[in-house]
Ligand binder design. Sequence first.
Ligand SMILES: Nc1ncnc2c1ncn2[C@@H]1O[C@H](COP(=O)(O)OP(=O)(O)OP(=O)(O)O)[C@@H](O)[C@H]1O
Ligand SMILES: [Mg+2]
Length: 245
Amino acid sequence: MTDVVRVEDLRRTFRTGAIEVQAVRGVSFAVTEGAMVAIMGPSGSGKTTLMNMLGCLDRPTGGHYFLGGEDVARKGDDALARIRNRRIGFIFQSYNLLPALNALENVELPLVYRGLAAGERHLLAAQALSEVGLGRLTSFRPYELSGGQQQRVAIARALAGTPDLLLADEPTGNLDSASGEEVLDLFLELHRGGRTLIIVTHDEQVALHCERIIRLRDGEVLLDQPVDARQRRTKGDLGSRAVAP
Ligand SMILES: Nc1ncnc2c1ncn2[C@@H]1O[C@H](COP(=O)(O)OP(=O)(O)OP(=O)(O)O)[C@@H](O)[C@H]1O
Ligand SMILES: [Mg+2]
């Protein structure tokens, strides 16, 4: 199996004046193509710092990060921006949609940066919105959509560029349990479709949808274990009923 992600002794130290915080201190793991992995750990354990490096939003201060075999840890800003745009789909807790744009335009935005022609952009964005079950809501603005629908637009935006890797930082953190379940069901579908997913969560029930849980503490890997098949959550298994769009 190909490793989509491999980090070796990855480190990130923040310096603010005389104060030094070692947010990530020597983390190593690999994620194979098609895997669905949860990253857990208490507040301040380095989850977001790690995800930002995996998503090429930030650079490590030490160690290696191989994305699809290529060492990206020391790339310049422009190269990282290109890698982000083409190879990574990022999903944030707060959706990060632009309020003035409708769903289709939000999903298209990364493709605009990529320089695709309008016709191709519309097509790819419309396909991605259909894939997340929002094919009929393409002209809706974020404020006209529920939280769960907004997060699905954000997932469509992440998918539209056919990334190698989907990263989600607390994707259900702002959602009620029914909407959270919709989003998790969607992640399970994407996983079944062969996508590679890494999901940061505080919620053990969310993590149990994944095949494997990496637990961080104080910037280090405390535990890295597969989820027992008997404990694994499947579709519609958060204990509440999913709501149709
Ligand atoms: N830009 C920064 N400058 C200085 N310190 C930072 C910065 N970003 C994170 N840190 C510190 O690094 C440590 C890890 O933070 P991080 O945000 O990665 O934790 P987290 O596991 O995502 O926490 P949470 O569960 O609360 O989101 C914390 O001590 C935090 O204060
Ligand atoms: Mg965080």
